[in-house]
Design a protein around this ligand. Structure first.
Ligand code: ZN
Length: 197
């Protein structure tokens, strides 16, 4: 979907100048838009935050599942506001310890940045009705295992899924090399604690 950012730009201090945060996106609340073109496979942003056990989270809003029980908390930056789509233009993947969003296809300036929330989820911690508006909208956002098999395979083929989920599924992590990524410019602003502390 191509959309002109007509609503006002939220004055959120972000370290990612190539992205634009808009306050209202067709009734969905805030959304993130491309401030420039992105090539397919290009890194769009990195998800930041602190790693916590799901039991320590009172509210999963803006939290991103990155392990069977581990979630990345809201960062307060623009990565908190990327909306879901059942027909997304971005995917999420692990690159070492980093969790990044990358372009699944060419993204034009002003396009909304979206990814499929189900590509991070397992354990039934969270689900919601979907109103993404895509022709192939599934109506519900839930666990990866609940996706149709063809959709699961699509995301696996695109390496648009986190490594922990690949391991749970018994699928070998992608052979996509780091050299194929166009690395982001910013570095993690908050150190991620070791997972066992
Ligand atoms: Zn949908």
């Amino acid at each position: 979907m191509t959309r002109s950012p007509s609503t006002r730009n939220v004055a959120l201090k972000t370290q990612e100048p190539s992205l634009i945060l808009l306050e209202e996106v067709g009734g969905k609340g805030r959304g993130v838009f491309a401030g420039r073109e992105f090539a397919a496979q290009e890194e769009v942003l990195e998800f930041l935050g602190n790693i916590v056990d799901v039991g320590a989270l009172a509210d999963l809003t803006h939290a991103l599942q990155i392990g069977s029980r581990e979630f990345l908390t809201a960062s307060g930056d623009i990565d908190d506001y990327v909306n879901h789509s059942c027909s997304p233009n971005c995917g999420i993947r692990s690159v070492g310890e980093r969790v990044i969003l990358f372009a699944l296809k060419h993204i034009a300036k002003n396009d909304e940045i979206t990814f499929d929330y189900s590509t991070t989820q397992t354990g039934g911690y969270w689900s919601m009705q979907c109103q993404c508006g895509a022709p192939q909208c599934r109506g519900t956002i839930g666990d990866f295992r609940d996706l149709p098999a063809s959709v699961q395979q699509h995301y696996i083929n695109e390496h648009a899924i986190l490594d922990y989920l690949l391991e749970e599924l018994g699928v070998a992590p992608s052979k996509v090399s780091k050299a194929e990524y166009k690395s982001g410019r910013r570095s993690r602003k908050k150190p991620i604690p070791a997972r066992n502390c």
